[in-house]
Design a protein around this ligand. Structure first.
Ligand SMILES: [Zn+2]
Length: 166
């Protein structure tokens, strides 16, 4: 992961740490940065993408607040859906980025900030099952992969995304 991103997650309190000791007393420290799930399985978790390597034209990372990063993530998740890479975190059905979806195909992006920190996509109808689905999912049991790269340099930004916090 890029250092700049790690530093930013750290400052936002979004890094998770764990210490474990084996039988010989050797201590291992582990850390997990926020993740993004593009499907329902343990192997559908990716390391959170970077606005810098995505070419995101919004405000620079050091100036971002969490809602700015969430806006970036929304563009990224839309790009994932557009590429056909996004599936529901509960039921696993592929998600479409079309605008006029039938009610039972509509979905939402969620940000979780618990033991597991990350973003995922879920059908509106699947939301009520998600807590059960995620029960017992521990960030340190997951081995997130490198996130796919989507070019967001052409993303249409809202005024809030352009404005910088002076
Ligand atoms: Zn679903």
């Amino acid at each position: 992961m890029e250092d700049e991103l790690r530093v930013w997650f750290e400052a936002q309190g979004l890094m998770r740490y764990a210490v474990s000791a084996d039988e010989r007393g050797d201590i291992t420290e582990m850390e997990r940065a926020p993740m993004v799930a593009l499907g329902p399985g343990d192997d559908d978790y990716y390391r959170a993408p970077s606005p810098v390597s995505s070419g995101y034209p919004g405000k620079p990372l050091p100036q971002m607040h969490l809602d700015d990063f969430n806006r970036f993530m929304f563009h990224w998740l839309e790009a994932a859906a557009h590429a056909g890479d996004a599936r529901c975190a509960n039921c696993g059905r592929q998600l479409s980025d079309e605008v006029d979806l039938p009610t039972n195909d509509r979905w939402d992006a969620l940000f979780l900030e618990k033991e597991l920190v990350g973003w995922m996509l879920v059908h509106f109808d699947c939301k009520r099952w998600l807590a059960k689905k995620l029960k017992g999912v521990e960030p340190f049991d997951l081995t997130p992969r490198e996130a796919p790269l989507y070019d967001l340099s052409g993303a249409a930004l809202t005024a809030a995304e352009r404005e910088t916090h002076a």
